[in-house]
Write a protein that binds this ligand. Sequence first.
Ligand code: GRF
Length: 212
Amino acid sequence: MLEEKNIAVLVSGGGSNLQALIDAETAGRLGGGRLSLVISSHPNAYALTRAAQAGIPARVVAREAYETRAAFTQAVLEELRARDVHLIVLAGFLYVLSPAFCLAYPGRVINVHPALIPAFCGDGCYGLRVHRAVLAYGVKVTGATVHFVSEETDGGPIILQKAVAVEPDDTPESLQRRVMEQAEWILLPEAVRLFCEGRLRVDGRTVTAVDA
Ligand code: GRF
C-alpha cells in the first residue's frame, strides 16, 4: 500500500486541470495521492464548484486582498501549514508566488504550463496570452509542460512535455482547448502519479521517471 500523500491544488479559474486530477484520483491513477485541499486566488472560480462537487475542502485566498506578492504568498503558506501537505500542484493558477514558497516546499511544487518551455513562458506569459503569442509567431507545434516550480518563473526542471499541432484556422481559444485536452489534462495527473509513487529522479535540470 502506497503511503498516502496529501495534495493541495492551487487554482484561479475554470479548474479543468483540477478536474483531471479529481478524475484520476477517482480512477485510482494518482499513485496513492489524495486531493486534500484546494486554494483559489479568485472567490468566483468555477474550480471551487468542482472542489465542492468532489468533496474537497477549499479556501479562498483572494489575490486582490493583498498589497504585495510576498503578503499573498504568506497567506497561501498559512493555509498550507495548517495541513499536512506533501505536494502542491499549481493547476491553472495565474500568479507567481515569491521565492519563500519554493523554499518552504523544496522539490514539492509542480506547475502545468500551456506551452513547450522554454518557449512562450516566463513573467506575463500565461493563460490565453500564451496561445496568442504562439499564433502570432507562426509556430506549427506547441504543447504543454509540467515542471517543478523554482524561484525562476516557469524555470524549474521539466518533468513531462507533450506536443500539440497548431492548425491553420486556430484561434487562441481553439488552440487553448486543444492543448488542454491533448496535453495538460494528460500530463498533470501522470506527473502527480509519478511523484506520489516516488518515481521521479532529479539530477540538476534533468528529471527521469524510474520504474516502480
Ligand atoms: C489552462 O490552459 C492553464 O494552463 C492556464 O489556464 C487554462 C485553464 O486552466 N493557466 P484551468 O481550466 O483553470 O485548469
